[in-house]
Design a protein around this ligand. Structure first.
Ligand SMILES: [Zn+2]
Ligand SMILES: [Zn+2]
Length: 245
């Protein structure tokens, strides 16, 4: 009887779902979590923003299916970027703006700039949006599936950037040299490479490590998230390499 009771207890504890919940980051800081492909969760102590949720099962980190966020942004209409209905608890969504403007949604200031998914004015793959969200004094820019280096007008429209989430995987977006050029153009303090070739996304051409190779100031984080604050930004541009799983 005793061993049966222990077994039952073990089964009960094993069957209990693992608490995936993480504590919010400390006040004044922002946690940036890469959930695979171009999908990010940006959290402060009071608000959560999901950007480019991906509908393609293979591209997901398993626990990304349980994301809750106040605001969800999608850079364009491709299904690896705009599965906004998969994010739970949302108060507002901004989808595929593809024009230049600004608004406040779910209490978050969001700037958007219309760009192209290719270097042919959008003729091959359509339009894309660059978003800049301001949280805890940090301007966080997500470049979606950017397909070209920026014009002076677009650089001005994006404005100052502290943290740039930059596609580097090529094939459907800018290739490595162009991605590095875009980083120079927007001159952020931190570049987080994304939309890159990984075990989850083998269709892309370049890995985050290929982007960081031979670059100065590279910090490798052996996790899929990092916490940033305005006061602790690096003095010169840093590439922060996250893992997507
Ligand atoms: Zn796309
Ligand atoms: Zn994409």
């Amino acid at each position: 009887m005793k061993s049966t009771a222990i077994l039952a207890l073990l089964l009960l504890s094993c069957g209990k779902p693992q608490e995936a919940k993480t504590e919010p980051p400390p006040a004044g800081s922002v946690r940036v979590t890469w959930l695979g492909r171009a999908y990010f969760l940006i959290e402060t102590s009071s608000v959560k923003v999901a950007i480019d949720p991906c509908a393609k099962g293979d591209f997901w980190k398993a626990d990304a299916r349980e994301v809750r966020a106040d605001l969800v942004l999608a850079t364009h209409g491709h299904d690896d970027h705009d599965a906004v209905d998969l994010v739970k608890g949302t108060k507002a969504a901004i989808r595929a703006k593809c024009v230049t403007g600004e608004e406040t949604a779910a209490g978050v200031k969001v700037r958007y700039v219309g760009v192209d998914h290719d270097a042919s004015g959008g003729k091959e793959r359509g339009k894309n949006t660059i978003y800049v969200v301001e949280l805890e004094g940090l301007r966080i820019c997500h470049a979606g599936d950017l397909g070209h280096i920026l014009t002076d007008e677009q650089i001005k429209a994006v404005g100052p950037v502290d943290i740039l989430l930059l596609p580097v995987g090529g094939r459907w977006t800018v290739e490595l040299a162009e991605a590095r050029k875009v980083a120079e153009q927007l001159a952020p303090r931190v570049v987080v490479p994304m939309h890159a070739k990984t075990d989850l996304t083998p269709d892309l051409a370049h890995t985050v490590d290929a982007f960081a190779k031979d670059q100065p100031n590279v910090r490798r984080v052996e996790a899929n998230s990092a916490v940033f604050s305005k006061a602790a930004l690096p003095a010169s541009r840093e590439i922060v390499v996250l893992r997507d799983q």
